[in-house]
Ligand binder design. Structure first.
Ligand SMILES: O[C@H]1[C@H](O)[C@@H](O)[C@H](O)[C@@H](O)[C@H]1O
Length: 649
């Protein structure tokens, strides 16, 4: 991906002015009296400035300078080191995705082996997410005090220790301790990695490199679902492999980061300027770093003068309007990411697939891996699009599609509920326990009750002889008693068992909604909240800003996942998905009004985008639609889309 030198022509000042001279002669021959002719009377330096100005304005004749400058630019290779550093840090994203994704498969085995009740299953899932929320918040202070590198080392240490504890656990209490340790690692990694990558990346690649971190998150989730699928065949101790495997990338990251450098921006802030310069030039290869270095340094000095250094950072952020606005935008983005229901959709993908006619549990697990794969592949599309479309357009387009997909998904559930099969048989309970299952007259009620399932026959695709029966405590694939209690027997007798879904002719609508949801969500709403947050805060507020917004992400993650089943009970499935569609629509209004474009800008320039009132921030993207490229001509910086080339020397 590094920029390859297209040819080896060295464009010096002389060759550029020769180019200018030639063009001037041609212009004088053709039409006299151009603005360039006037500039010809002035010295060589101003001549070049005026010439290049007019040459860039004229699409027909300005091509030479632009091409020359572009060729010079192309010789500035982005060193592979930046990619190495980004990939090693993004392993934190991989572990975030893996550890949050793997638990659903592990629980299937654990609940049988360790006899886990619903409360313990819940604790093992939300213990991690809750710990992540807390440590993301604490990570802000750590990042500010100790730097990005020690935080990444700490996160990989926690991931390794957690994986070890989980793989060796003998009881549920130890498992919970391991999950909490892993959660602490996830929280620190989720807020540090995007910040670190944004701080080492050159501006034209920043969006892409930070988005790679989310690609690794979804990659981790996909890998986890494959591991779950494979080890689900191993009834004894399969969960130990599932939970312990994450130690491998964690150790790799830890070892790698022993040799990788600290963020140069953090070092400059702490006054370690020599080290910062050395690392910055390592990251920029053959490009001059003076301008970037000075701009970071001046920016820090100005920030200190403007905002002062007294008081806790969060108070200074809240009382200084540009950072307050940035914080609202950053936290809002993370909140709407979770409120549009990604984790519910992912978690319930197996159910949605079952609704659409996939009856085998194991097949549903593999199809859930397919869902995670779609999420991963379309995040890759986001990596490709982010520097082309920019953050704002990508997020707006993605959320619009997500809202439409949620409406389709909800309609699928609604249609299915409306044609929900009637319950026609009510066999007596042989155990004489009063189960709630007998009270339902339609499959829809039976499906929403986690204790019941539907046993039925099919007569040419219509459901007949249906009964709502308690589900077996050890396996959701069969009933506790009656016609559907013995899998091998009932399958031979053409009986079917539906747990968590109702067989209806409209189930494909929900499947269509699910696929569209992932296609639209993954390239934009998945990665952009992380990418944008890594860019919008000035250096003094970056750690705290990212800590708060990551904390918001995790808090809403827990809220949405924990409330889904209750929401579905009160509002039914379609009600829940319509609710998420409503949140997505609100998110659209928020993003349209408040999210400015940050593409191509230096981190130090971004603060100025938040100088206007919040609701007008979204309008301040004057560069939207323009392709910005900084090129260096003999050590100076030149902006191809600027008309003023007076700094070309
Ligand atoms: O950006 C990520 C990604 O979209 C994941 O798929 C999701 O599980 C996370 O919650 C989210 O923060």
């Amino acid at each position: 991906m590094s920029r390859k030198a297209s040819d080896n022509v060295e464009y010096t000042l002389r060759s550029l002015s020769n180019l200018m001279g030639e063009k001037r002669r041609r212009q004088a021959d053709g039409s006299a009296g151009s603005g360039a002719a006037a500039a010809a009377a002035a010295g060589e330096r101003s001549l070049i400035a005026a010439e290049s100005c007019s040459s860039l304005n004229s699409a027909a004749s300005g091509g030479e300078l632009e091409r020359a400058a572009r060729r010079q630019f192309q010789q500035d290779e982005t060193p592979g080191f930046v990619y190495v550093v980004s990939v090693f840090s993004a392993l934190g994203g991989f572990l975030f995705g893996y550890d949050t994704g793997v638990v659903s498969g592990a629980l299937l085995l654990l609940k049988r082996e360790l006899n886990l009740d619903a409360l313990w299953q819940e604790l093992l899932v939300s213990g991690t997410v809750g710990a992540a929320a807390l440590s993301a918040l604490a990570g802000g202070v750590l990042n500010g005090l100790c730097g990005r590198r020690p935080c990444i080392l700490l996160a990989s240490g926690l991931f390794t220790a957690g994986a070890g504890v989980l793989a060796a656990a003998r009881d549920k209490e130890t498992l919970l301790a391991g999950r909490v340790v892993v959660g602490l690692g996830i929280g620190v990694a989720s807020m540090t990695v995007p910040v670190y990558i944004a701080e080492v990346a050159p501006p034209h690649l920043r969006g892409r490199l930070v988005t790679i971190n989310t690609l690794f998150i979804t990659g981790g989730q996909f890998f986890a679902s494959v591991v779950d699928g494979i080890f689900s065949y191993l009834a004894k101790d399969g969960w130990r492999y599932m939970l312990g495997l994450s130690a491998v990338p964690a150790v790799i990251q830890f070892l790698g980061f022993l040799f990788l450098p600290e963020s140069p921006r953090w070092l400059i802030q702490k006054g370690q300027t020599q080290r910062a310069r050395r690392i910055l030039s390592q990251m920029r290869g053959n490009q001059a770093i003076d301008e970037e270095y000075d701009s970071i340094k001046n920016n820090i000095e100005e920030e200190e003068k403007e905002v002062g250094a007294a008081g806790p950072v969060i108070c200074r952020m809240l009382t200084y309007p540009p950072t307050r606005r940035a914080l609202i935008v950053g936290c809002g983005l993370q909140m709407f990411q979770q409120l549009s229901g990604i984790n519910t959709v992912m978690y319930y993908s197996a159910t949605i697939l079952q609704m659409s006619g996939v009856e085998d549990d194991r097949l549903a697990i593999w199809l859930a891996a397919l869902t995670a794969f779609i999420n991963f592949i379309f995040t890759l599309v986001g990596v490709w699009l982010v520097e082309r479309m920019g953050r704002r357009k990508l997020t707006l387009g993605s959320l619009t599609g997500t809202a439409v997909a949620l409406i389709i998904l909800a309609s699928g559930f609604l249609l299915s509920a409306q044609v929900s099969p009637r319950i026609t048989l009510n066999p007596p309970d042989p155990s004489h326990q009063n189960s709630t299952c007998t009270k339902y007259s339609y499959c829809n009620g039976c499906m929403l009750d986690p204790d019941c399932g539907l046993c039925y026959k099919l007569n040419k695709s219509s459901v007949v002889e249906s009964s709502c029966i308690p589900v077996d405590k050890d396996s959701t694939m069969k009933a506790a008693w009656g016609r559907c209690s013995n899998e091998t027997v009932f399958k031979k007798e053409d009986l079917f068992w539906a747990y968590n879904f109702c067989p209806t002719p409209y189930s494909w609508t929900a499947l269509l909604g699910l696929i569209l949801y992932l296609i639209f969500f993954a390239p934009g709403m998945g990665p952009m909240p992380w990418t944008v947050n890594s860019e919008i805060y000035p250096l003094w507020a970056r750690s705290t800003g990212n800590a708060c917004s990551s904390g918001v992400n995790w808090v809403f993650n827990v809220l949405v996942s924990l409330t889904f089943l209750h929401t579905a009970e009160y509002l039914t499935y379609y009600g829940a998905f319509f609710l998420y569609a409503g949140f997505a629509a609100l998110g659209l209004v928020f993003i349209y009004g408040c999210l400015p474009e940050t593409k191509g800008k230096k981190l130090e320039e971004i603060e100025s985008l938040f100088e206007n009132r919040l609701c007008t921030c979204g309008m301040s993207d004057s560069d939207e639609g323009r392709y910005i490229e900084y090129i260096r001509v003999k050590g100076s910086n030149y902006h191809l889309s600027d008309n003023d080339a007076s700094d070309v020397e």
